[in-house]
Every structure is written in C-alpha cells, then in structure tokens.
Design a protein around this ligand. Structure first.
Ligand code: IPM
Ligand code: MN
Length: 353
C-alpha cells in the first residue's frame, strides 16, 4: 500500500517520540512492502514562533493531502504562564480537529499485566480491564459560543442531533466488534445537552439490538472507572467529559506514556498519544515513546493492515517483558533505557520477526 503521512511533531518531547514513531512506521513498511512517504509540518508553539499561527494554512494543506496524520504533542510553559497571550499552542490542536472534521476520538484503555503494579489501583481491580472511550471531539464547550470578560465569562455546551447521532454510530460500530456493551456517559439529571444525548441514544438503540446500551452519569462513571473498570466495554461521551475521563483512564494503565488515540471524521484521520508535550522531559531522552508507537499501530489498523498493527503491539509487549523501559515504568534496580534505546529495540524486534 502507498501511504502519505503528514508528520506533526510539535513541541516538548514531541520531536523525540515522533522520531521513534516514524522509525517504527518505516520498519513495518519495509517488512510488509508498503511505500510510506512523510511530509513534516509545523504546529503548536513552534509554529507560533516561526509563523505566528499554531496551525498554519500550509500545515492544513499538508494534512489534507496526506492519507493520515501522525501527531505528537503541542504546548509550551511560556504560554501557560501568560494568561494574556493572544495565541496558544493548544489552539493549533483544536483548529486541526475542527478543520479536519475529526469528531470521533477513540481512546483505548488497556492494561499490561507486567505493569499492573504501576497503577495506583489494586492489581485485582485493574487486571484485565480493557475498554474504549469514544470522545466527541469537535463540539461541546470546546467550540460552543464563548464570552471571556473580566467580570463574567461562559462557554456553551452546544450539541445538535446530527452531531450526537454520528458519534453514537461510531460507538455502536466499535461495540459491535467488541463485547457489545455501550455505556453512554452524560449528566442528564442536570444538563439539557445531556438529555439530548440520551434521547438520541434511546432513539437509536433499537437499530442495534445486538448491543446492550446503558446510561451512566459522568460523576458515577468517574467512580465506576476506578472501582470496577472491567464493567466498561465501549464508553461514549461528549468532548469535555471525555477529556477528563481519559486522563483518569491512564491511571488504570499505569502511565500516560502508554495510551495512543485515533481521531477520525470527515477528512484525514489523525493518530496521536493522549499525553501532552511534557516540557520538563524535553531533550533528556527519557520520554516514553510507546504511546506514539502504539498510535502507529492504530494508524496501520485503520487502513485494515491488521498484521502490521499486531506486530507493533507484539514488539511493544516484548519490550516491556524484556524490561526495556523508560524510567517512569522501569522496575526497581533494572537498567534504564532512553527514548531512543526503546525505539531502537522495537525496530530491531520488528526486523527480526
Ligand atoms: C487532550 C488534551 C487537549 C484537550 C488539550 C491539549 C487542548 O488535553 O487531547 O486530551 O483538552 O483536548
Ligand atoms: Mn486531555
């Protein structure tokens, strides 16, 4: 297969983990005879510094002309500490999501047996947990009408029926391919927007009789996720709730550095780790490249290249089993490996299997 990949490395640890993601992508392409070409483009703080826009028109064009976007992370403390900054790196990410119409963000939450001890939760609670959070990504408070004054401010949690319907369809498709259990997470006891979600889901449930649909308030879901994460199979929710719940989900896995994601919708799909740019780790060769590498697996799988995705997952598991791990997940006393060493080990594994 021919694949044109837009590479948006962004800020902080982004370029370092991206280097490993691309190396793995290329190793798999060589092995399976795919022809992958890459085009780098600016985004985030980098892009603000260079051209004054966190998602420049040129980058948008590169994304539109690609088959997929591999994205790392954006963000820089010099903007976080300046509430008066007119443009922020995160706006680049939001612009990308909106302009590419990426309404469905798929965030799998899985556990790795050998990392159970890294979870702050008890082993017997998290062991075997495996669910997917489908987060709506182009609506809700992130994009609704806003007012930002010094005396008053608001963000509108707007959703239309078609917006809710299309994300629920994605969620039902995933549920059908998994354990056929969909949990719609909302706050329908308080919010009008949530009641619309619930109504639409109830109207659609009949079309998917093979899937069990249940509803859960978001506060309760936040509790259930740490009390009994195995309850969930596919969870679907609005933008803000999904943002919050997926960070919580990373505690089940044990490290933010292990969670990939896929965002799909109207135009080119984007594959990216859920973690941020971790500026403190920048340039130190300590960032975990696995979320980026697993995002490459999701990219291949999106194009129905299942064996390719499987080999990457197998290589990642093997690296963990061999204790070839970055410091935050390394077992006590074992040698520490850097971002590059973990990436190289995985490339070698792919080449020799
Ligand atoms: C995420 C991030 C982003 C979000 C930020 C960086 C704008 O936290 O992808 O979860 O809130 O969506
Ligand atoms: Mn987030």
């Amino acid at each position: 297969m021919k694949l044109r990949i837009a590479v948006l490395a962004g800020d902080g640890i982004g370029p370092e983990i991206m280097e490993q993601g691309v190396a793995v992508m290329s190793a798999v392409a060589r092995k399976f005879g795919h022809e992958v070409t890459y085009k780098e483009a600016l985004c985030g703080a980098h892009a603000i510094d260079e051209v004054g826009d966190p998602f420049p028109e040129d980058t948008f064009k590169t994304c539109m002309e690609a088959d997929a976007v591999l994205f790392a992370s954006v963000g820089d403390p010099k903007f976080d500490n300046d509430p008066t900054a007119k443009v922020r790196p995160e706006q680049g990410l939001l612009a990308m999501r909106k302009k590419l119409g990426l309404y469905a963000n798929v965030r799998p939450v899985e556990t790795f047996e050998c990392l159970l001890h890294k979870s702050p939760l008890k082993n017997e609670i998290v062991s075997g947990a495996n669910f997917i959070c489908i987060r709506e990504l182009t609506g809700g408070m992130y994009f609704g009408k806003k007012l930002e004054g010094t005396e008053e401010a608001y963000d509108t949690n707007y959703y239309s029926r078609p917006e809710v319907e299309r994300i629920l369809r994605v969620a039902y498709q995933y549920a059908r391919q998994r354990r056929k259990h969909l949990t719609v997470v909302d706050k329908a006891n308080v919010l009008a927007s949530s009641r619309l979600w619930r109504k639409v889901a109830q109207d659609m449930a009949g079309e998917y009789p093979d899937v069990t649909t249940d509803f859960m308030y978001v506060d309760n879901a936040a509790m259930r996720m740490i009390q009994d994460p195995r309850f969930f199979d596919v969870m679907v929710t609005e933008n803000t709730f999904g943002d919050i719940l997926t960070d919580e989900g990373s505690c089940i896995t044990g490290s933010m550095g292990l969670l990939p994601s896929a965002s799909t919708g109207e135009h080119t799909p984007v594959f990216e780790p859920i973690h941020g740019s971790w500026p403190q780790g920048k340039g130190l060769n300590i960032a975990n490249p696995l979320a980026q590498i697993l995002s490459v697996a999701m990219l291949y799988e999106y194009f129905d290249l299942k064996a390719e995705g499987k080999l990457i997952r197998q290589a990642v598991n093997a690296s963990l089993d061999a204790n070839v791990r970055t410091p935050e997940i390394q077992v006590e006393g074992a040698p520490h490996y850097g971002t590059r060493e973990v990436g190289k080990w995985i490339v070698d594994y792919i080449e020799s299997h």
